[in-house]
Design a protein around this ligand. Structure first.
Ligand SMILES: CC(C)(COP(=O)(O)OP(=O)(O)OC[C@H]1O[C@@H](n2cnc3c(N)ncnc32)[C@H](O)[C@@H]1OP(=O)(O)O)[C@@H](O)C(=O)NCCC(=O)NCCS
Length: 151
């Protein structure tokens, strides 16, 4: 995995648009890239091919001893190959080294693939935010995973 830069944003936004009902705009990623508590990584297939196309990315923030996952996505044709699991595992390592004890995220109630994905990684549902997504009023499930148990 590589640190995301502004030069990656065209490809990141392409995956973003194919992945989310209300995709983030370039300006959102630009502000994450300039935010001190934000961590942004991309994955290219093959560790030595740093000119190949981006297939996945993650954006998270570390605030005190908490990691908040803001985005994780895999290009549609690369899904179900363990890429997001690998990317998240590496991100947990970084977070753990920074003193993170627990990881939090919100996911759309209807996003069955992502909920199964997080369940497999031992996230637990800890709450629900009603009408969380302003665009369509969908609820979000809040999930949490403790890191100190595994590192
Ligand atoms: C959720 C997402 C990131 C998973 O990425 P991925 O690289 O395909 O996930 P992995 O291959 O690491 O999958 C690991 C596990 O997650 C679960 N999973 C992943 N995709 C799934 C799907 N479509 N349906 C059911 N379970 C799924 C499975 O349990 C899988 O384990 P298995 O292969 O042993 O059955 C990907 O589907 C995606 O980019 N979705 C669109 C963006 C999104 O919704 N992001 C999350 C927002 S909160």
């Amino acid at each position: 995995m590589y640190a995301m830069t502004e030069a990656d944003l065209d490809q990141v936004l392409e995956i973003e648009q194919a992945s989310f009902k209300t995709p983030w705009k370039r300006s959102s990623y630009k502000s994450e890239l300039s935010c001190k508590s934000s961590y942004n990584f991309i994955v290219r297939p093959g560790s030595f091919c740093n000119n190949s196309k981006i297939v996945s990315y993650i954006t998270f923030r570390i605030i005190a001893d908490e990691m908040h996952i803001l985005k994780i996505s895999v290009a549609p044709k690369w899904r179900n190959h363990g890429i997001a699991s690998w990317l998240l595992g590496n991100s947990f390592k970084i977070a753990s080294e920074a003193g993170v004890k627990a990881v939090y995220l919100e996911v759309r109630l209807s996003n069955n693939a992502a909920i199964k994905f997080y369940n497999k990684l031992c996230f637990k549902v800890i709450g629900k935010r009603l009408n969380y997504y302003q665009e369509d009023g969908e609820d979000a499930i809040v999930m949490m995973k403790k890191l100190k148990e595994i590192f």
